[in-house]
Design a protein around this ligand. Structure first.
Ligand SMILES: *Cc1c(COP(=O)(O)O)cnc(C)c1O
Length: 376
């Protein structure tokens, strides 16, 4: 009999999600309004702490789009974006016909390189066009170098949009990711650390921004007795059913973070003996990762490459994935400016994501170890 598939990062329900879904059905709040949505937003506001105003929306991508709208990003404006990320970080820049400028990674966290970021800003200011926003990402759950980026943001007075789609529960200097940006976002897509089946939140710092986000996410319908619209709006609200899943998932978030961190310890222990595989880990005590995904760098040889290892895992019915391919290497973004040395491209070439779900059993771990031992 074929062994059960080990997925990269499958959804993991806590148990109470159904209770909140039943609530939605019992009260007939099935659509984009209802008590679960308010409760889910409150759960996140409590979790993130003061100064976080949360708007639940239909996806992380929608939240990034709304963040750009709140900053009044318009056609032709420059938005600086971390190159090493999932395409959803950058696509909303194109929705607004703004111009993405991509910045390379630094080696410690794989996130935006502060030096290359400053180069990109200076270069564009010299050309007479100051960038309108800096879009940072905490890739695979690892926070970026927050202090350095914040300093640059302050120095040039350019706001930060913090894409924490993968980093709910991660911390920098003991402060939670999702609280650093002028605007921040989290995703609850099915593969993230917790899920609403599909959804996201926009986190802002003022009540006014939260209200404007709600307005834009509900077709920019004005507060009148009839349907009145003066601006382009969007249909971006989350459903009350999905928000119910979110409330249940928030109850187990801390448990899920602990489980992901245990997965990291497992990989750390076994990979310590491998000379050709390096696991990425927190660079120092300022960084606390939720370890959404465990990622490795593979030293290429005749016997080993990311392709060979992926194939070996696949033969054992274990899912692995290549790293995100950086945006400056994507056909979609060909011709966009890029600042850096292509470190992210090199990391991409050598990288693989290993199974990191919170329901990895000891038996799963043994199967993973068996495959790894084949290439030792
Ligand atoms: C998942 C993800 C998103 C998009 O979130 P969705 O909810 O899938 O729209 C954005 N940025 C990053 C880095 C992601 O991993």
């Amino acid at each position: 009999m074929e062994e059960q598939k080990i997925w990269l990062s499958p959804p993991h329900m806590g148990g109470n999600e159904l209770k909140y879904i039943h609530n939605a059905f019992d009260t007939n709040w099935i659509s984009q309004f209802g008590p679960n949505i308010n409760e889910f937003e409150k759960c996140l506001e409590n979790y993130l702490g003061e100064n976080s105003f949360v708007s639940a929306v239909s996806s992380g991508t929608a939240a990034i789009h709304l963040a750009l709208k709140l900053l009044d990003i318009q056609s032709g404006d420059i938005v600086i974006c971390q190159s090493f990320t999932f395409v959803a970080s950058a696509n909303p820049i194109l929705y607004e016909k703004a111009i993405p400028v991509f910045v390379d990674s630094e080696p410690d966290t794989w996130n935006i390189c502060p030096n290359a970021l400053e180069d990109a800003i200076k270069h564009n200011i010299q050309k007479g066009k100051k960038p309108k926003a800096i879009l940072t990402v905490s890739l695979y759950g690892m926070p970026y170098k927050v202090d350095e980026v914040l300093e640059i943001s302050k120095k040039y007075e350019i706001p930060v949009i913090e894409d924490s789609a993968e980093a709910l529960g991660s911390r920098y200097k003991n402060q939670l990711c999702g609280t650093f940006g002028d605007l921040s976002i989290v995703s609850f897509n099915g593969n993230k650390i917790i899920t609403t089946s599909g959804g996201g939140v926009l986190i802002s710092r003022t009540k006014e921004h939260k209200e404007r986000a709600f307005y834009l996410a509900t077709q920019a319908k004005e507060d009148k007795e009839y349907y009145s619209h003066s601006e382009t709006g969007y249909n971006y609200r989350i459903s009350n059913v999905s928000a119910g899943i979110g409330i249940g998932q928030m109850e187990v978030l801390n448990e899920r973070i602990a489980q992901r961190r245990l997965n990291h310890e497992f990989y750390n222990d076994i990979l310590a003996q491998f000379e050709n595989i390096e696991l990425s880990s927190e660079p120092n005590e300022n960084f606390y990762s939720n370890y959404w995904l465990n990622t490795i760098q593979i030293k290429r040889s005749d016997k080993l490459s990311k392709e060979i290892l992926k194939e070996k895992f696949s033969e054992s019915n274990i899912e692995t994935r290549y790293l995100w391919k950086p945006m400056h290497l994507q056909p979609l973004y060909k011709g966009c400016d890029f600042f850096g040395s292509n470190l992210s491209g090199i990391i991409f070439d050598k990288g693989l994501c290993l199974p990191s779900g919170t329901n990895l059993t000891d038996i799963c771990k043994e199967r993973i170890l068996k495959v790894l031992n084949m290439v030792k």
